[in-house]
Design a protein around this ligand. Sequence first.
Ligand code: HEM
Length: 148
Amino acid sequence: MNFLLDLYPWTKVVHVLSVIAWMAGLFYLPRLFVYHAEQVAIGGETDRLFQTMEYKLLRLIMNPAMLTTWIFGLALVATPGIVDWGSLWPYTKIFGVLGMTWFHHWLGLRRKEFAAGQNRFDGRRYRIMNEVPTLLLIVIVASVIVKF
Ligand code: HEM
């Protein structure tokens, strides 16, 4: 895995770029759900517009960004000398990324419900869920920067 040492800064560049794209979607999609749930009548033109925006955000931005975040994150894990498994931070980071991945799939399930005209949650619920990626982001960034 020594070739990964030469690539290390560039692996991290692609990892962080992917993270930014993924996070943009993880913050924005629940906001779309808030307005979709509160302001939009089922079956109308605006409903179809929101469904298209949600579909494209998830499929074209968030799914690929999650995939490349994972691929390049795991490449960083495989790079010699980067992760000290005797420290606490790798475990808090794993907790954060598994939580973020769970949240991504939770949003994907809610998108399918909107697409079927069967949304079950009100805007307040989506507002509350919007805080989940914020909290996980704090845990993850503190883990990789402070490295406690
Ligand atoms: C999906 C699985 C992920 C894995 C396996 C992973 C793994 C890693 C590893 C091993 C590093 C290298 C740390 C170093 O160079 O010292 C790193 C850096 C980083 N990760 Fe991740 N990561 C993942 C997801 C995420 C997520 C979801 C975020 C943010 C929401 C994130 C944010 C960062 C940042 C900002 C850095 C750069 C820290 C620095 O060195 O300045 N990562 N990641």
